[in-house]
Every structure is written in C-alpha cells, then in structure tokens.
Write a protein that binds this ligand. Structure first.
Ligand code: PMV
Length: 404
C-alpha cells in the first residue's frame, strides 16, 4: 500500500522571485543555457512571492513524479528533466565511492552505487502572476535533498536561465562568462537584502494570462534576426552592468531608476526589432509608462521607475516615502473594477489623497480595471530550507494531500 511506503529523505525549501533591472535576452548556447550578455536583478521578498518545493527521495520510488499547485504534471518536460539530470550528475560526480554516496544521502543506507534515485517534487506558487518569472528553481530543493553543495548556477539555469539569480537574496548579477563549458557563467550577490532598506517594489498586475511568445522561442528568434540585440549585448550591456552596480552600491536612486527604465525599454525595442516582431507590452503597459514619466516630471526628479519582462505586467521601483502617493496615482488612473478592497496586496500602504496639481499633471483619461491589482513588496533574502515537517507539501506516503 502506498501509505506504508517508507520515506527516506524529504526536504522543503522556498525560493524567491527576481526581477531584472539589466535584462537577459538571448542564449549563446541553447543546451547549457548560456546568455549572450550578463544581467542584474533584485530578489523580491518571500513574504509576498515565493515558490515552495518539497522533494522526496526514496529507494522505493520507481519513477520521478511532479505536482504543481496540486496537479500532477508531465515529468518529461525538458526543463525539469534537465534540472533533475544536472542535480544527479553533480551528485554522482561528488559520490564516486559507495561510502561517499552513503555519506551524502545520510539515511539511504541501502543505496547501490550507480543507481539513480528517483525524486518526487511538489511545488506551489504563492501569489505569482504568470509573467513574474514563475520558473523559480526547484534546483535548490533538489540540491538540498541530494546533498549537492557548491555553486548551483549550472543546475538552476536549467529550470530557467534567469532563475539562477534567485539563488541569492538582495541584488544579484548573472555573469555571462566566457568559457564554452559555462563554468564561469554564474550568479553572484553584489549586495545583500538589507543593503538598501528604503527600496520598495510594486507589481502592477495587468494580466495574469500566459504570455503569447514564450521566452525560449522569443530569444531564439531575436538572436537570429535582431541586429539591435547583438549591438546591445556587445556594446551596451557591459557598461550598464558597471553603472548599475555603482548605483546600487551607492544607493543612487535617480541613476538606478533611470537605467532600469532605459534597459527595459531597450529590451522591448529588441523585441520589436525581432522578425517577425514580438510585443509583450499592451495599452495598459504603455499607459503605466506614461504615468511614471508624468509623475516624475511633476516632482522634477525621478521618484519612480518601471520595468517590464516578457509580459504586460509592470514592476515599479520607488522609495518608501513615495509608495503611498504613487499607489494613489495608480488608483486614480486605473480605478479598481469590483475588487476595491483587494486592489492592494502585500505590504501595507496608507491611503493618501492626491493633490489637484498632481492630478492635473497626470492628465489621464481613467482606464477602469486596467490594473487588476498591486502587490507591494521589497527586497528579500535567497532560498530558505524549512525545518518544520508540517511545511512539507508531500505526505508520509510521498503523495500530496488532496486539498493542496
Ligand atoms: O529565464 P527566462 O527564459 O524566463 O527569460 C527571462 C527573460 C526576462 O525576464 C525578460 C529578462 C530577465 O533577465 O529576467
């Protein structure tokens, strides 16, 4: 009976979502997931957005299985397979002798040399709208379960390239590297999560629908057809990486905000330069861009910045003292449809009244319901291992509870 199946090892981890301020777009090696340029991101706090993954490993499992948000999914998905394969490869490389294998896997005493243990994964996504990097790695949980130590960038990249930046909290760069084997293409923290305590992040959810052109196919077409992308990767990003690092280290919000917007705009320009063109922004996204610029012009300084990934949702950066006024400006421009009280999720934001001058400066024709809701969050830490067995998403039989 399944319920009598002994569990040899179970690990539950949470991993954060990251948002790039210098964007990654384009691979130079499709198999190893190596990028054509370095990128830099901010790790968002797990109090608002996170993935939780439980990995169970047992000598009794006969196959790999995966559940996502309570539903069993196809374990043959290429990215998941690559993640599992890379984790096991790292583990096998470190475990050449029976003794070291036993040592790595602790209580798996009956494990035989050369046999690949099967893993069961159960993952759940908290509050993540579809286009905010949903593929945060199971790599960390798998690595914990398999006892793989050291740099996990190589494994995490297999889930989704940009996900390797979620291995750390705070501000993280993914160095493109130069080596053909990708060993120097790694994620590295440039400043910890407590470095810039005033920084705030607002996710403006415009549409939670699945994106039309997935990032894998989009990147391939851009690499093949966009001369602007080649120019960006070779001649623009290297300087921007240095400048963005300086802005973060010196907490230069004006510089950080302007470069964030310019880099998002250039990424979307390369999408338009792709043939056939790709467009991820919609009318609401463009209205948000206009709102941010008018808000900044009114204040005579850059107080708010936007960035967009491969979808229409906006991610806004601002400082603590500006959050309430900007949220009020969003409410004014995009009056909530039916869910007024659920419009703002996450961190508390005190309601404020907009001045008549600011309302006039925004000069918007209100678009009711254009922004579905806002998630207010901040910079946060990297993946965490949960110690409490109550946090496991898999029951003692290795299956997810029915009500997950
Ligand atoms: O890692 P992927 O394949 O999900 O691509 C992500 C690409 C962007 O989100 C658009 C930019 C980035 O650096 O996160």
């Amino acid at each position: 009976m399944a319920s009598e199946k002994p569990q040899d090892l179970m690990v539950t981890c949470t991993a954060p979502v990251n948002i790039a301020v210098i964007k990654y777009w384009g691979k130079r090696d499709e198999a190893l997931i190596l990028p054509i340029n370095s990128s830099l991101s901010v790790t968002l706090h797990q109090d608002q957005l996170k993935t939780t993954t439980t990995v169970a490993i047992s000598k009794d499992f006969t196959e790999d299985r995966i559940w996502l948000n309570g539903r069993e999914e196809d374990v043959g998905q290429p990215r998941l397979q690559a993640c599992l394969r890379e984790t096991r490869r790292s583990w096998e490389l470190r475990a050449q002798t029976p003794e070291s294998q036993l040592c790595l896997l602790g209580n798996l005493v009956s494990h035989k040399v050369g046999r690949t243990l099967q893993a069961e994964l159960c993952s759940t996504l908290t509050l993540a709208p579809a286009s905010v990097s949903p593929a945060v790695p199971s790599a960390y949980a798998l690595a914990q379960a398999y006892g793989v130590e050291g740099d996990l960038s190589e494994v995490a990249r297999q889930g989704s390239g940009s996900a390797c930046r979620s291995l750390y909290g705070g501000f993280v760069e993914w160095q493109m590297g130069e080596q053909a084997d990708g060993k120097d293409s790694i994620a590295r923290q440039i400043a910890p999560e407590w470095h810039w305590p005033q920084l705030r992040v607002l996710i403006l959810v415009v549409s939670a629908d699945k994106k039309q052109t997935g990032s894998t196919v989009g990147m391939q077409t851009s690499v093949k057809t966009s001369a602007l992308l080649k120019f960006r990767a070779e001649s623009v990003v290297p300087e921007r990486m240095k400048e963005m690092t300086r802005c973060i280290q010196e907490q230069d919000f004006q510089g950080f905000a302007q470069l964030t917007m310019k880099d998002s705009n250039q990424f979307h320009a390369t999408c338009l330069d792709t043939f056939p063109p790709i467009s991820y922004l919609n009318d609401t996204s463009r209205r948000i861009i206009q709102l941010v610029h008018r808000f900044n012009t009114h204040h005579g300084q850059t107080k708010v910045a936007y960035t967009f990934d491969a979808g229409p949702n906006a991610v806004i950066f601002t400082l603590e003292d500006t959050v309430a006024e900007f949220v009020a400006a969003v409410r004014h421009s995009f009056p909530p449809a039916a869910n007024g009280d659920k419009f703002l999720k996450g961190l508390q934001v005190a309601p404020v009244l907009l001045s008549d001058e600011l309302k006039a400066a925004l000069a918007v024709e209100p678009s009711p319901g254009g922004v579905q809701y806002i998630i207010a969050t901040q910079v946060g830490p990297g993946p965490q291992v949960l110690d409490n067995t109550h946090d496991h998403l898999l029951g003692p039989d290795g299956l997810p509870p029915r009500d997950l």
